[in-house]
Design a protein around this ligand. Structure first.
Ligand code: NAD
Ligand code: ZN
Length: 354
């Protein structure tokens, strides 16, 4: 049964510039004629949320408090605007966190992931770490029956992983994944599912290396201790990696990937370096590499791909290592910031006002 939404809700708010987040009572979001109102059930904590909570340099320049944070969620529709006919109260949905302009060249051509004017949920507009969130209907993804709710809560970063992992064909190819944070871990499972031969994961943190093994990596290495040339030799590889997925944002990892690519190989860059990075462009030219930047998810091809891969047996659930109630948000954020975690879920179901 769908209960009518109350006027107030609890939300995790960046109330003023500076570190910290506050769980406080705020007005429930209003919806316009094209919007959908969702009762949030579960949310995932992303590195972006940690940046905002910690108030680092990026957050200082980007975030305008007061702001409800968070963008990874699953919930149930409770109300829709008068123009909305494809979504109905009671349905289980997630939201695409990039709200695009709809009017630029790329949006008009259906390439919405390339919109240069997109506004981030929980970044440029109030987000999902709340009992309710509202989004335009064009941002709603209807979950198909049978999708696990915890997994549905992290379709946003799962989508980052899928968008990157499927940027280049991987069937029969040897794939290097640098960085086994939540996204690298999910990408490991995806390329394995998509038919890669060897999937080598480089990650300095032991806890995450263990998770990478569970996600199906062929070999997991600490890049500070073992040269990837040595790993290639162990696997009998002679020409280098066909595909590399850079998921750490670490300059050393990008260099390692370039140095271990096969001629004609492809490198997808997802990890966001926190400062300018230098690469040896000779390596790119002489090996005739293709480098592609990946941002967000394709709307909605990536969402479709995630769904059908789950239906055909892909299991990303081991990436979820911690679960908390939203009332334990401080502990949840500590866990998400720890090296000994994968994905951290906050449960919003037992709320204050509904
Ligand atoms: P994360 O920070 O949890 O994971 C990064 C991992 O890289 C860590 O486990 C870290 O130990 C590892 N690492 C550090 N140095 C390394 C090295 N030299 N070699 C190999 N691994 C190394 O982050 P995440 O949530 O999994 O996200 C991955 C990256 O993607 C981050 O940089 C994040 O900012 C970025 N990101 C990009 C997009 C996008 O749309 N492009 C979206 C979300 C996140
Ligand atoms: Zn646009």
């Amino acid at each position: 049964m769908v209960v009518p939404a109350p006027r107030s809700m609890l939300a995790l708010v960046k109330t003023a510039p500076g570190p910290g987040l506050e769980l406080r009572e705020v007005p429930r979001p209003e919806i316009g004629i094209n919007d959908v109102l969702i009762r949030v059930r579960k949310t995932g904590i992303c590195g972006t949320d940690l940046h905002i909570a910690n108030w680092d340099g990026w957050a200082t320049h980007t975030i305008k408090p007061p702001l409800v944070v968070g963008h990874e969620f699953v919930g149930q529709i409770v109300d829709v605007g008068s123009n909305v006919s494809d979504f109905h109260p009671g349905e289980i949905v997630s939201g695409e966190g990039h709200v695009v302009c709809g009017r630029c060249r790329h949006c008009l051509a259906g390439r919405r992931h390339l919109c240069a004017n997109s506004i981030g949920l929980g970044i440029g507009r109030d987000g999902a770490f709340a009992e309710y969130v509202s989004l335009p209907m064009t941002n709603i993804w209807h979950h198909w029956p049978g999708i696990d709710e915890d997994v549905a809560a992290i379709f946003d970063p799962f989508g980052n992983a899928v968008h990157t992992a499927l940027a280049f064909p991987v069937l029969g190819e040897d794939v290097l994944v640098t960085g086994a944070g939540p996204i690298g871990l999910m990408a490991t499972a995806v390329v394995k599912h998509a038919g890669a031969r060897f999937v080598v994961v480089a990650e300095p943190i032991p806890y995450r290396r263990a998770l990478a093994e569970r996600m199906g990596a062929t070999i997991v290495v600490d890049p500070t201790e073992r040269d990837l040339k040595d790993v290639q030799a162990e696997l009998g590889m002679v020409e280098g990696f066909d595909v590399a997925l850079e998921m750490s944002g670490n300059e050393a990892a990008i260099r390692t990937a370039l140095a271990n690519m096969a001629h004609g190989g492809s490198l997808a860059l997802l990890g966001l370096p926190t400062r300018e990075t230098t690469i040896d462009t000779n390596e790119v030219i002489i090996k005739m590499l293709t480098i592609r930047g990946i941002y967000g998810r394709e709307m909605y091809e990536t969402w479709y791909e995630m769904t059908v891969m789950l239906q055909s047996g892909l299991d990303i659930s081991p990436v979820i290592t911690h679960r908390f109630s939203f009332r334990e948000h401080e502990a949840a954020f500590v866990a998400a910031g720890s090296p000994d975690s994968g994905k951290v879920i906050m449960d919003w179901e037992a709320g204050e006002f509904s």
